[in-house]
Design a binder for this molecule. Structure first.
Ligand code: FES
Length: 129
């Protein structure tokens, strides 16, 4: 289960409206990088890939690759604005560590935070496939 807070749904819909013709669905993906191992990616998606499932998040569909589901189980996505600007906030109960901004996480403890441009050494690529 992935939980989208109302503010995140509102912001995603606003972004999707800026792309006329797009269906109300987004793709949630993980990418190597950030201060820890993985960062979240949210992008508009017109069609589901064969390896993806649609996670029902109310009136907004979220496509997630099947192999990623265990690493995103219970994820809450919110959106908030502060003096530094707005951004999506991720709270992932599967994360062993989360960076200061919340956009990067590791699945195992013991990773040292580096700078935001350097992926952690020896990431568990096979774990996510
Ligand atoms: S990715 Fe660098 S602090 Fe979050």
């Amino acid at each position: 289960m992935i939980n989208l807070r109302p503010a995140a749904v509102q912001e995603l819909k606003r972004l999707l409206r800026a792309q006329p013709g797009q269906p109300p669905q987004v793709r949630l993906h993980l990418q190597l990088g950030g201060c820890l191992e993985w960062t979240y990616q949210l992008r508009s998606a017109d069609v589901a890939l064969e390896s993806e499932v649609m996670v029902d998040c109310g009136d907004l569909g979220v496509l997630v690759a099947n192999p990623l589901l265990p690493y995103l189980q219970g994820l809450t996505i919110d959106f908030s604005e502060d003096l530094m600007g707005g951004g999506f906030r991720f709270v992932n109960p599967q994360a062993a560590q989360t960076c200061g901004c919340g956009n990067s996480f590791s699945l195992t403890a013991g990773h040292l935070s580096g700078d935001c441009q350097t992926p952690a050494a020896d990431p568990p690529r096979a774990a996510i496939g």
